[in-house]
Structure formats: C-alpha cells, structure tokens
Ligand binder design. Structure first.
Ligand code: FAD
Length: 161
C-alpha cells in the first residue's frame, strides 16, 4: 500500500490523504556489497533526512519495505448510515457530501441511475448503536446468486456497456 502511494480523497485529511503521510519511520532491505554481507538494511526516520520521502512511494524499486512505524491516533467510534438516492445531482452533491461527513463514501450504479451514500462520522465513545455493520459486500451470499450476478456483469462488459 505504501509503495503504490495508496490514498483517499484528502478532503478531510489534516496532514494529507495518503497512507504514506502518516509514516514516522521505515526499514528497507536491499541487496548489498560483499563487505555488507550482501544485504543492506536502511532505517529511515522522519526528520533525519529527505530520503524517507522517496522511500515511502518507491513502487518497490529501492528494496523491500520490511518495517513501518505509523503515527496513529487513539481508537474512536464511528456511526454509519446508508442512504439511497437517484444520481441526478451526483456531480454537485459529491464534494458537499464528502465535506460534511469525515468518512463519507459513495457507490455509484450508473446503469440503475442510483447512488448509495454512506453517512459516516466520528461519534463519542459512549454513543449507543446497534453494533451492526451490514455492508452488502460482506454479507453471506449464495454462490448460485453470485454466479448469476457475475455472468450478467461479464456480458455487460463484453457488450462494452
Ligand atoms: C478494489 C480496489 C480498490 C482500490 N481503491 C484504491 C483507492 O481508493 N485509493 C488508492 O490509492 N488505491 C486504491 N487501490 C489500489 C491499492 O491501493 C493498491 O492496489 C495497493 O496499494 C497495493 O498494495 P498491496 O500491498 O495490497 O499489493 P501488492 O500487489 O503486494 O503490491 C503492489 C506493489 O507494491 C510494491 N510492494 C508491495 N509490498 C512491498 C514491500 N514490502 N516492499 C516494497 N515494495 C512493495 C511492489 O512493487 C508491488 O508490485 C485499490 C485497489 C483495489 C483492488
């Protein structure tokens, strides 16, 4: 994830929207000279040198990322609600929606003209909820139903839709 520069929207991030924006230290292993025992272990720390900036998003070419220390924040609770709407205003609504909810997300289904908005915010740790995360993608689904969905999807792709 680090090597590929995986990132989010950055709409809310104080320090940046990418995973690598929160790295404090990393260790990389690469081939070395005979004198090094044929291995080189580099330990890079934020503030020590600018090399860490290149190492963070190196696409794997500078060596294997072996160990990473992240800057974390204390555990917190989130509240999630899904809302379905038609996609007529999606272009205008996306940024406003993303700016309103810290962990906002949306799934667009253009062939159905629908959008599923995920209203997702940080809440106090004593907030009461039902503790259920019933995102449809993680629910148990009959394999025969999946086979039908996939065959419909593939035929759409083959038709260039
Ligand atoms: C469904 C889906 C949704 C996605 N959504 C997003 C998104 O919203 N935003 C986003 O930014 N990206 C997104 N991605 C891309 C995703 O972030 C990258 O695929 C991911 O970062 C790859 O990391 P990996 O470790 O999982 O994969 P790998 O295939 O293990 O790694 C990918 C590359 O990283 C390098 N690498 C891996 N491990 C190491 C290591 N230990 N040391 C050095 N180099 C290494 C290698 O060069 C390797 O080829 C998405 C991908 C998928 C499949």
């Amino acid at each position: 994830m680090l090597a590929t520069g995986a990132h989010g929207s950055s709409l809310w991030a104080r320090q940046g929207g990418a995973v690598h924006d929160y790295v404090a230290e990393m260790t990389m292993v690469s081939p070395g000279r005979a004198a090094d025992g044929y291995v080189r272990v580099r330990r890079l720390k934020e503030g020590d040198s600018t090399e860490i900036n290149a190492a963070k998003v190196s696409l794997g070419v500078l060596g294997a990322i072996y160990k990473v220390t992240f800057k974390l924040q204390p555990l917190f609770k989130r509240s999630l609600t899904y809302m379905q709407k038609d996609d007529k205003e999606l272009g205008d609504e996306a940024i406003a929606f993303g700016s309103k909810h810290e962990f906002a997300d949306l799934s667009w289904f253009p062939s159905q003209g629908k959008v599923i908005y995920r209203i997702d915010d940080r809440v106090p740790s004593n907030a009461v909820g039902n503790g259920i995360y019933d995102f449809i993608g993680f629910r148990a689904t009959l394999s025969s139903a999946l086979a039908i969905i996939r065959s419909v999807g593939y035929s759409r792709i083959n038709q260039g839709c």
